[in-house]
Design a protein. Structure first.
Length: 536
C-alpha cells in the first residue's frame, strides 16, 4: 500500500515539474521573440522642431529657410547616389558611416534620390547672418535650449511645441536595414508651428535693419507704434550670426549685447523732459531767455554746443536750437523734486520687463539730494551728469508725447498660438498712465516739429507727412587714444506729424552729433514707412 502511495505521489510530482518546465519554455520563448522583434526595429530621428517665433502678422521669424536632410540606409549603390550631391571628397568623409551599415541622417546641399535614401526638406531655426531681429529673438545652446532673448524667456513653452521627422527600419542584429523591407516615415513636424507671437513687424524690422547696417557702425534703432508702444523693430549693431556664435564671443565690439536695452549718456533728448516738467510746474511756453553761448552756475560755466549764442528764445526755439543755457536757466525755476518726478513718470530710472526674465536696464537717475548742488542740477537740465538711459526708455518717452501725454510701457510679445495659429494666450500689458496734460503734450509735439522744420533736425525731415524730432550729442567723459572725447549721438522723433503713427529712435555710440550720425537713419526709415503704406 505504501508503495502505491509513493508511486502515485512520484507520478504527480513528475507531472507538476513537466508542466512548470513547459510554462517556463513557452514564456521564455515569448520573451525571446519579443526581444528579437524589438532588436529588429531601428528608429532614426531625421529632424526635430521647436516652437516657431512669429511677427505681429503671423509671419515666421524663425524657420524661414530650409535645408535637405536625408535618411540613409547604406547599400551597394548608396555611395554612387550620394556622390552626385557630395562629390567624391564628400562621400569619403562619410565612408565609416557607409561601412558601418546602420541607417544615419545626413545634411545635403540638394535633393538626392536613390535606393535607401529618403530626402526631406526641413526648416533651419535661423537664417544665419541674415536673421532678422536677432537680438530680440536670441539664440540656443548646443542642447537646443534658449540662452538669450525670447528664446530664453519662453524656452519651456517653445521646447514643448516639439515635433519630428523619424524613419523606422527593419534591421538585422547589427542594425543594418533588411533588404526588401519597407521603412516607415513618421512626420509630426507640423506641431512646431505652434509658438510665440512678437509685436515685431517683419516689414518694419527689415527696413530698420537695412537702414542701420548701411548708415551706422555701432548703435541701436527702435521703431514703436503709437499709442501702445508696441515694438515693431529692434535693431542692435553690430549684430551676430545665431548659427555661429564663436566669432562674437571675443569681439571687443560686443555683438551679443542688445544696445536697445543698455544704458548710455543721454544729452539733449532729455530736454523734452525738462520742458514737460517746466510746463507742468506752471511755466508758460513763451518763457524768454537770451542765450549768449554760456551761463554761469556756481563756479562753473555751461555752454551751448560750440559756444553758439542763440539770442532771445522761448521754449519752442530752445528745443529747435537745442539750447543748453536756456534749459539751465529754466530748470532753476522748477523744484528739483518735481523735475525728478516727471523723469520717473516718463520711465527713467525703471527697468522694463519685455518677457519673463527679459528685462531692460533701469539706467541711472540722480537723487533729489544730489540735485541740491546747483552744478548737478544744471547738468541734469540738459541731459548730462549722472543720467543714463536706454534707447527703449527714450522711445517710451517720445511715445508718451506723441500719444497725447499717456505713458505706455513698451511691449515685445503679443501672445502664443497653437499649431493651427489659433490664439492660446495674450501677454498681459499695463494700462497707459497719464503723465502730462494733452495740451502740454501738444506743445511738446509742436516744439519737436520746430526742430525738424527750422532747427537741428531740419536736414533730416522726411519727404512726406512731416515729423517731430529731437537731436542729442551726449558727452561721456571717456577719451580715445587720440585724446578726443567719445560722444553718444541720438535722433528721436515721431512720424508723421499730424497723426503720429510711429516713434523712431536712432542711437550711435560714435559720431560727432545726433543729426549727422543718426538723422539719415531716421529719414530713411520714415520715408520707407511711407513707401510701405504703413502711415495714414
Amino acid at each position: 500500500m505504501e508503495r502505491r502511495v509513493a508511486g502515485f505521489f512520484g507520478v504527480v510530482t513528475l507531472g507538476f515539474l513537466i508542466c512548470c518546465l513547459s510554462i517556463y519554455t513557452v514564456s521564455s520563448g515569448e520573451l525571446l521573440a519579443e526581444t528579437a522583434q524589438r532588436q529588429s526595429v531601428y528608429r532614426l530621428t531625421v529632424s526635430e522642431t521647436r516652437g516657431t517665433i512669429y511677427d505681429c502678422n503671423l509671419l515666421p521669424l524663425t524657420g524661414e529657410t530650409e535645408r535637405f536632410v536625408a535618411a540613409v540606409a547604406p547599400g551597394v549603390q548608396t555611395a554612387a547616389d550620394l556622390s552626385r550631391a557630395l562629390g567624391a571628397d564628400g562621400v569619403a568623409e562619410i565612408t565609416s558611416l557607409l561601412q558601418d551599415g546602420r541607417p544615419f541622417a545626413l545634411s545635403l546641399p540638394s535633393n538626392v534620390s536613390g535606393e535607401g535614401i529618403l530626402t526631406f526638406r526641413v526648416p533651419d531655426r535661423y537664417s544665419g547672418e541674415e536673421q532678422l531681429a536677432a537680438h530680440a529673438i536670441g539664440y540656443l545652446d548646443g542642447s537646443g535650449h534658449g540662452v538669450a532673448g525670447v528664446e530664453k524667456a519662453y524656452d519651456e513653452f517653445l521646447s514643448a511645441q516639439c515635433g519630428e521627422i523619424a524613419v523606422t527600419y527593419q534591421v538585422d542584429a547589427l542594425h543594418r536595414a533588411l533588404a526588401g523591407e519597407s521603412e516607415t516615415v513618421s512626420d509630426t513636424s507640423a506641431l512646431g508651428r505652434a509658438g510665440l507671437v512678437l509685436t515685431i513687424d517683419k516689414r518694419v524690422q527689415r527696413l530698420a535693419e537695412e537702414a542701420a547696417r548701411e548708415l551706422l557702425t555701432k548703435g541701436a534703432v527702435l521703431v514703436v507704434e503709437v499709442p501702445d508702444c508696441e515694438i515693431r523693430a529692434m535693431v542692435s549693431l553690430p549684430s551676430f550670426d545665431p548659427d555661429d556664435l564663436a566669432p562674437s564671443l571675443d569681439d571687443e565690439d560686443s555683438p551679443l549685447l542688445n544696445r536697445c536695452l543698455a544704458p548710455y549718456s543721454v544729452g539733449s533728448v532729455f530736454k523734452l523732459v525738462s520742458a514737460a516738467a517746466a510746463l507742468e510746474a506752471g511755466l508758460p511756453p513763451d518763457t524768454a531767455y537770451t542765450c549768449t553761448g554760456g551761463i554761469q552756475v556756481a563756479d562753473g560755466v555751461f555752454r551751448c554746443y560750440d559756444g553758439e549764442a542763440h539770442g532771445e528764445e522761448d521754449m519752442r526755439l530752445a528745443i529747435a536750437n537745442s539750447c543748453n543755457t536756456y534749459f539751465v536757466n529754466l530748470m532753476q525755476q522748477v523744484d528739483p523734486s518735481l523735475f525728478l518726478t516727471m523723469a520717473r513718470r516718463f520711465g527713467f530710472g525703471s527697468s522694463t520687463q519685455l518677457a519673463p526674465g527679459y528685462v531692460s536696464s533701469a539706467g541711472v537717475l540722480p537723487t533729489e539730494s544730489s540735485l541740491q548742488v546747483k552744478k548737478a542740477l544744471a547738468n541734469f537740465s540738459f541731459g548730462q551728469g549722472e543720467l543714463t538711459a536706454t534707447p527703449l526708455q527714450i522711445a517710451a518717452m517720445v511715445n508718451a508725447i506723441a500719444s497725447g501725454g499717456e505713458y505706455a510701457a513698451p511691449s515685445l510679445v503679443e501672445g502664443t498660438v497653437d499649431a493651427g495659429l489659433n490664439v492660446l494666450s495674450l501677454a498681459q500689458r499695463q494700462e497707459p498712465e497719464r503723465v502730462l496734460s494733452a495740451y502740454h503734450a501738444a506743445l511738446l509735439q509742436n516744439f519737436m516739429r520746430a526742430s525738424v522744420e527750422e532747427g537741428t533736425s531740419e536736414k533730416y525731415a522726411p519727404a512726406h507727412g512731416g515729423a517731430g524730432a529731437k537731436t542729442a550729442t551726449a558727452q561721456t567723459g571717456r577719451y580715445g587714444e587720440d585724446g578726443v572725447e567719445q560722444v553718444h549721438s541720438w535722433f528721436a522723433g515721431f512720424y508723421p506729424y499730424d497723426e503720429p503713427r510711429y516713434v523712431i529712435v536712432v542711437f550711435s555710440e560714435t559720431g560727432t552729433g545726433g543729426g549727422p550720425a543718426c538723422g539719415p537713419v531716421f529719414q530713411r526709415i520714415a520715408d520707407g514707412l511711407w513707401d510701405l503704406g504703413l502711415v495714414p
